[in-house]
Ligand binder design. Sequence first.
Ligand code: NAD
Ligand code: TYD
Length: 339
Amino acid sequence: MKILVTGGAGFIGSNFVYYMLEKHPDYDIVCIDALTYAGNLSTLKTALENPKFKFVKGSIADRELVFELFENEKFDIVVNFAAESHVDRSIENPEIFLKTNILGTQVLMDACRKYGIQRYHQVSTDEVYGDLPLDRPDLFFTEETPIHTSSPYSASKASADLLVMAYHRTFGLPVTISRCSNNYGPYHFPEKLIPLMIANALNDKPLPVYGKGENVRDWLYVEDHCSAIDLIIHNGRVGEVYNIGGHNEMANIDVVKLVLKELGKSEELITYVTDRAGHDRRYAIDPTKIHSELGWLPATKFADGIKKTVQWYLDNKSWWEEIISGEYQNYYEKMYSNR
Ligand code: NAD
Ligand code: TYD
């Protein structure tokens, strides 16, 4: 079996590469990644020592390169993680989100049609469903929830999902889509909530909480996302969408306080800043379908996962310190200095 993993130098993609190399040592894994600001080849250092793994630098939107890769490699399965993934950046500059997340997906599917594959899997997000009210804890996103997006990021992901379904219906492409809730764990880029709060707390910098910190996210340990995708690409039904989540909703402020507690740092570091424009209030996944059809259940409880994650950031300071000392400084200054 030969699998193309796109965006494998990013957070979830790299965790998926390591998960698959360990779980299926006989598989060949090829990763294509453009190494944008969010991609980091050092994350794949150990994988690069494995003869079953190969890395190709390039964009999924580069049709010539992608077609050449498909022609040479003859993939069985394609798992598309490659994306611009940060909501705040999509508010600043939507265009690259449309190019990578929509047009890049189209190029990959065109290559799948031309060269033939057993499965194209699109890694989507629960954000395509929009948000839920804070005062209705009885409501959850199911696969039937209408698409109703809020940010340029979620609109681009939803557009890609629609295109994936269109390629299935019109061209018979064997596709699946997964829509997962917020992930956390190793190699999470320190512009996202949990790693940003860990890094700032360790540097005794203010912890910028948007609005009142009341917004709710449904957190899943990244390895559980990887195990779900592994099940879907092998046993999931073609043409289907699977929601992935572990019923772990938390208000942002509670997550931030927990991180501070784990690090033994003061809550005085918390700073409330101007809210995100169009800020989604609550995400909450109903994972009944993937559980009942594929037997998937998350293995890591949040209390354990957050401990492991904090420890990983303590043990791997050079990984994130290198990131926040570079170009990221300019981003941070631009996004947070006037909030
Ligand atoms: P990330 O930003 O950490 O990584 C994205 C990777 O894609 C990077 O390595 C980047 O270099 C690469 N990339 C960007 N543009 C590319 C292009 N044109 N061609 C090839 N590679 C390109 O993102 P992530 O958090 O790992 O998310 C991965 C996927 O999972 C995304 O599709 C995202 O929408 C989805 N997702 C993320 C979460 C989450 O909580 N992070 C939750 C649900 C779904
Ligand atoms: P984020 O990690 O950007 O993921 P998403 O917006 O895709 O869910 O943000 C998670 C939540 O944390 C979201 O409600 C916004 C909030 N947040 C802050 O309060 N402060 C921050 O500095 C960041 C990056 C996010």
